[in-house]
Design a protein around this ligand. Structure first.
Ligand code: F6P
Length: 536
């Protein structure tokens, strides 16, 4: 599938990115895209006109447009689970009909949004109270898609946060809930139990612990609980009243669910107007994805750039580097979005995937990463394509000098990765520092940067709620396009099952209620060690 592109990559080996710029004065413009105040620059890669044409040809051959239309039309494109994929309906504020099995789901989506907004407004205004007074703190208990999105987005939009404080508990490690609840007033805390299935062991264990904590201080703990789920019967079993339950359909995947009731903590934090602005950003990216021609389509071009790097050039990882401290949880969010979606080894047709699946995604905000792992990115033996992201302006006018430095660092990193430093330049530097002979030679070699390392930069005016919505939807659609071209189902996650089953078997083994006999030697030895510690 990639033969032609691999041949192009081979032919380009002798040519570096700097040369591509020297040959084409218009390269920056020709290999970047603009949309509604955002600029995606992919010119600092080795993509040429011929490569781009080949990549677009690939997208056309793999029928990306037809699959996209099938997704938006509500077809059951999540074939292994027999479900439609319609998280876009949650941000369809214009209420254009969205049909699932012939029924328009928009009235229900908008009715739930209106209920969420009423609830959030009443809570923010102190009309909904706890048993000890107005709610000051909201604790969201969820994991994976029921945690990463609201946590990431609430941090990202901190400048808009004027509602109660929000806390996020996810890990079954008791330390997480213990440290979160410590210092909170149970009478003035609202707990949101967020779980699509309402069976996830981590979430249900934490939810029960929170209920016990609250029961120790208030008469009716359930009144300070809210549930967000697709499994309404289970929320009732847990004792949460129907009017405190916000449901969503199974055609919303966990890692795509931030736009609906799973986004309740964000809505409570920033209020309905900003939450709607966030949704409108997502809807804008949907419209762009559906209408823009391939070469001008941001999700498509971001996906094709990614495929070029991991499928054709063979770079196994991708670093996401937001120069924005408030986007500190974005790499973790994108890890789930990309790796749970495209980390598969069997195609839709049930065959073995030929070649690698989607890449390993990792990252940290800049400038922190610069003082940690950028050493390897610049001088290591592996090439790591980097995705930089930065706002041109910050939210603190009085700290504009901080922001200038932040932006300068972001731009400097992509420049340094591309231009590098030659041995000749390194020698000149060492000579200027007074070194000569062997000492100069030895030192110079350590100061060489190979350069020619690819990166993209996504830059926008400011991280507003609408901008965040656009960025998240951009990445969702990028993952979709990559998945379609790889030929896999991006919307299931069978790979998380086995570990859950084995954890269920191991718990009684750890307590001694069941025998470790059937386990492998390593697991038996680890169990024995744990039991030894517990006894000691
Ligand atoms: O185990 C993986 C997973 O199923 C994710 O896909 C999901 O986002 C997460 O667990 C949480 O699931 P739930 O919302 O059903 O608790």
């Amino acid at each position: 599938m990639y033969d032609r592109l691999k041949a192009l990559a081979e032919a380009l080996n002798a040519q570096d990115i700097v040369t591509l710029f020297a040959q084409d004065a218009g390269r920056a413009e020709a290999f970047s895209l603009r949309h509604d105040g955002m600029l995606l620059d992919y010119s600092k890669t080795r993509i040429t006109d011929a490569v781009r044409a080949g990549l677009i040809d690939l997208a056309e051959t793999r029928q990306v447009a037809a699959r996209r239309d099938a997704m938006f039309a509500g077809q059951a494109i999540n074939e292994t689970e027999g479900r439609a994929v319609l998280h876009s309906a949650l941000r369809n504020l214009e209420a254009k009909p969205v049909l699932v099995e012939g029924r328009d789901v928009m009235p229900e989506v908008l009715e739930t949004l209106a209920r969420m907004e009423r609830f959030a407004e009443d809570l923010r205004a102190g009309r909904i109270k706890g048993q000890g007074g107005a709610i000051t703190d909201v604790v969201n208990i969820g994991i994976g898609g029921s945690h990463l999105g609201p946590d990431m987005a609430t941090r990202a939009l901190a400048p808009y946060h004027d509602g109660p404080r929000c806390h996020f508990v996810s890990n079954v490690d008791g330390a997480d809930i213990h440290d979160t609840l410590r210092g909170l007033d149970p009478g003035r805390t609202l707990v949101i139990v967020a779980s699509k299935t309402f069976t996830t062991i981590e979430t249900m264990t934490n939810a029960r612990t929170a209920r016990d904590w609250m029961a120790g201080a208030v008469d009716a703990p359930a009144e300070q609980f809210v549930a967000v789920s697709s499994a309404l019967d289970r929320t009732a079993e847990f004792g949460i009243a129907p009017e405190r339950v916000f449901g969503f359909a199974d055609w919303v995947g966990g890692r795509y669910s931030l736009w609906g009731p799973i986004g309740l903590p964000l809505l409570i934090a920033v209020g309905p107007a900003d939450f709607r602005a966030f949704l409108s950003g997502g809807a804008d990216m949907d419209a762009h994805f559906c209408k823009a021609p391939m070469s001008e389509n941001m999700p498509v071009m971001l996906a094709l750039t990614g495929l070029w790097h991991h499928q054709v050039c063979g770079y196994p990882t991708r670093a996401v580097l937001p120069y924005d401290q408030r986007l500190a949880r974005l790499p973790a969010y994108l890890q789930q979005l990309e790796m749970e979606s495209n980390g598969k080894r069997v195609t839709m047709a049930g065959d073995d995937l030929q070649g690698p699946c989607g890449p390993i995604v990792w990252g940290e905000p800049g400038t922190n990463g610069q003082h940690a792992f950028y050493q390897l990115i610049h001088q290591g033996t592996q090439v790591v394509p980097c995705e930089f992201m930065v706002a041109a302006t910050g939210h603190e006018p009085e700290l504009a000098h901080h922001h200038r430095l932040l932006v300068a660092n972001c731009l400097a990193q992509s420049e340094a990765l591309m231009v590098g430093r030659s041995l000749e330049q390194a020698r000149e530097m060492m000579a200027a520092a007074g070194l000569t002979g062997d000492a100069l030679e030895r030192q110079a070699r350590h100061r060489v940067f190979p350069g020619n390392r690819p990166s993209t930069t996504l830059i926008y005016d400011r991280l507003t709620p609408r901008r965040l919505g656009q960025v998240i939807a951009l990445y969702e659609h990028r993952v979709f396009v990559e998945g379609v071209i790889l030929g896999i189902n991006s919307f299931d996650q069978w790979g998380v099952e086995l570990g859950k089953v084995l954890a269920g078997e191991l718990e009684p083994i750890l307590t001694g209620e069941a025998s470790a006999e059937e386990k492998d030697g390593s697991t038996r030895a680890l169990v024995e060690f744990v039991r030894g510690c517990a006894g000691g």
